[in-house]
Design a protein around this ligand. Structure first.
Ligand code: C2E
Ligand code: MG
Ligand code: MG
Ligand code: MG
Length: 291
């Protein structure tokens, strides 16, 4: 094969690549063990209603503390789990664990919602809708309390398969969100056809030291788009008071970010839910609608 590909392919055989391949294989083994041994856990980050500072829901975020590797970010291990076919099982664990947890919190916070990130590999799995409904049944959590977050790139890469599964889940009462909105290439026409309930504006537009006029105009456009389509809109990555004020001024309905609340361990969630994350602004939103 090396001969046929010619001299330019000699790079394929560099030792560092061999090491990388070995590392990926060992990562697969480590991920399998992590599932088996219960090394994954979840943190939760509130989604805050900007009008009154209350937490409307929480987003489940997976964490992996490997005994050999230390903390590994989901940004690094989720793609590997997808590649090796482990994401469906990991994703199911996330769904079941977070659903059970949120059902428990809802005894004290009855309107609390749950947002769960879903990989494209889960979405196209033939039993995905069944798997979601099974997790909710185990937990005793109503489907209307759950919002599944899918990224724009996932939705665009499997437009037809994805759409069928999304319509099925929507029919069962589950809500759907487009995560990292603004970084992909969804067309307006596609957005209109999708059975979506929520847009999450990617933090690339928000989490900058200073919001430029251009950033603000883009965010305003997304907020208005959401209002026209009747969708909730969540701003991700709010890191300071100036960003928060700007988003409130635009009539953005919800926000997430370190300035409001960091992702926290389950033990710390009830105390976060009990307090408004920010003071209610006076007179800022009263002349605008919120999406
Ligand atoms: P995401 O779903 O867009 O989640 C938001 C990420 O931004 C989280 O990172 C969160 O901790 C972080 N974040 C929140 N507020 C701020 C802020 O103010 N500033 C900054 N710089 N970051 C903020 P995390 O937990 O490392 O997750 C990264 C990504 O990994 C997630 O992006 C999601 O795509 C994926 N992920 C996490 N948990 C799961 C899961 O259970 N299943 C799947 N399939 N993917 C997951
Ligand atoms: Mg998300
Ligand atoms: Mg996001
Ligand atoms: Mg993201």
């Amino acid at each position: 094969r090396a001969k046929k590909d010619g001299p330019s392919r000699v790079l394929l055989y560099q030792p560092y690549m061999h090491a990388e391949a070995l590392d990926r294989l060992s990562l697969r083994g480590d991920l399998q063990r992590a599932l088996r041994e219960g090394e994954f856990r979840l943190q939760y980050q509130p989604l805050v209603r900007l009008a009154d500072g209350d937490a409307a829901g929480v987003e489940a975020l997976i964490r992996w503390e490997s005994p050999t590797r230390g903390f590994v970010s989901p940004v690094d291990f989720i793609p590997i789990a997808e590649e090796f076919g482990l994401i469906v099982e990991i994703g199911q664990w996330v769904l079941e664990t977070s659903a059970v947890q949120v059902a428990r919190w809802r005894r004290d916070f009855p309107d609390l919602g749950l947002n769960v990130n879903v990989s494209g590999h889960q979405l196209v799995h033939p039993r995905f809708a069944d798997n979601v409904m099974r997790a909710l049944a185990i937990a005793g959590l109503p489907s209307s309390a759950v919002t599944l977050e899918l990224t724009e790139s996932v939705l665009m890469s499997e437009p037809d398969l994805g759409k069928a599964a999304l319509h099925q889940l929507r029919g069962l009462g589950v809500q759907l969100s487009i995560d990292d909105f603004g970084t992909g290439y969804s067309s307006l026409a596609y957005l209109r056809e999708l059975p979506v309930d929520e847009l999450k504006i990617d933090r690339a537009f928000i989490a900058r030291a200073e919001l430029t006029a251009e950033d603000l105009a883009l965010v305003r456009t997304i907020v208005e788009l959401a209002q026209i389509l009747g969708l909730r809109v969540v701003a991700e990555g709010i890191e300071n008071a100036a960003q928060l004020a700007a988003l409130r001024g635009l009539g953005c309905g919800y926000g997430q970010g370190y300035h409001l609340c960091r992702p926290v361990d389950p033990e710390a969630v009830p105390e976060q839910l009990a307090r408004a994350q920010v003071e209610s602004p006076v007179g800022v939103l009263d002349h605008r609608s919120t999406a």
